[in-house]
Design a binder for this molecule. Structure first.
Ligand code: ZN
Length: 261
């Protein structure tokens, strides 16, 4: 999953955050302002590779949750009560598959270095901003620590780039398999406005992007309501009650569980 920020042709951003929309494409998170108000998340038919935790993809025949044990299949009318936006993708998909970290215990370490190519003061500001966003998920469900120096073994590694190409702001590269559960290869964040690379992103934008991507790194899907960090047009400053409820519901289900209409 990734954060992509894309503009309509020939238009300039006035407020990137307010005009943003996320699209899920190939496990990526797109953030676009080209859409009119009311635009919504569009899940792509990308199969299961790299998808966030609860995505509208179908496991292959015989997919199992663990060691040959077939994952449970639950009915939405039973499994989707009081689960926040965990089942939001079922509005457009016939089924979703729960994908989250499996057999992980203890404290999750996220390495957040400063962006090495920015001046030291800017680098420090953006490093702090990313750490703030990531730590919004502290205790949800795992204790999180940010390692700024890279001395500790990290489960999630932040990498920086000026721009990610096209209109991306960030990318959470994840993989999932029935045996390993969700794993994060890296969490990429950009430092520059994708439409004007001479402009450093506002730290609040980096915080927002880092928080949203870390949500995906934990397995969360997109929210269908404004005010949640995982909403496609994310402008939330803190986790909402639904963000908390959804991550709780996500980890209450067994990894690999399929929910069907
Ligand atoms: Zn997203």
């Amino acid at each position: 999953m990734s954060v992509l920020l894309s503009l309509g042709a020939g238009r300039r951003p006035r407020s990137l955050a307010l005009a943003a929309i996320l699209l899920v494409v190939g496990g990526t998170f797109l953030w676009s302002r080209e859409h009119s108000p009311g635009s919504r998340t569009v899940p792509a038919a990308d199969g299961c590779a790299g998808r966030p935790g609860a995505g509208p993809c179908r496991p292959g025949p015989g997919a199992t949750a663990s060691g040959g044990e077939r994952a449970p299949v639950l009915r939405a009318d039973e499994a989707c009560r009081d689960v926040g936006y965990l089942c939001a993708a079922l509005d457009t998909a016939r089924s979703i598959v729960i994908r989250h970290w499996k057999d992980f215990h203890g404290t999750m370490v996220v390495h957040v270095p400063p962006p090495p190519f920015e001046d030291p003061a800017t680098a420090r500001r953006l490093q702090d901003a990313a750490a703030d966003g990531i730590l919004m998920w502290n205790g949800q469900p795992f204790p999180l620590v940010v390692d700024r120096d890279g001395f500790r073994k990290a489960q999630v590694q932040v990498r920086w780039t000026r721009t990610l190409g096209a209109s991306r702001l960030g990318v959470a590269h994840t993989v999932w398999s029935p045996s390993t559960g969700l794993e994060v290869r890296s969490l990429e964040l950009s430092t520059r406005n994708p439409f004007d690379s001479s402009r450093v992103l506002d730290p609040s934008q980096v915080t927002l992007t880092a928080a949203h991507e870390m949500g995906h790194a934990l397995g969360l899907p997109h929210s269908d309501r404004r005010g949640d960090v995982m909403y496609p047009k994310n402008t939330a400053r803190t986790l909402s009650a639904r963000d908390y409820r959804t991550v709780e519901a996500l980890y209450a289900l067994r990894d690999g569980t399929r929910i069907v209409h």
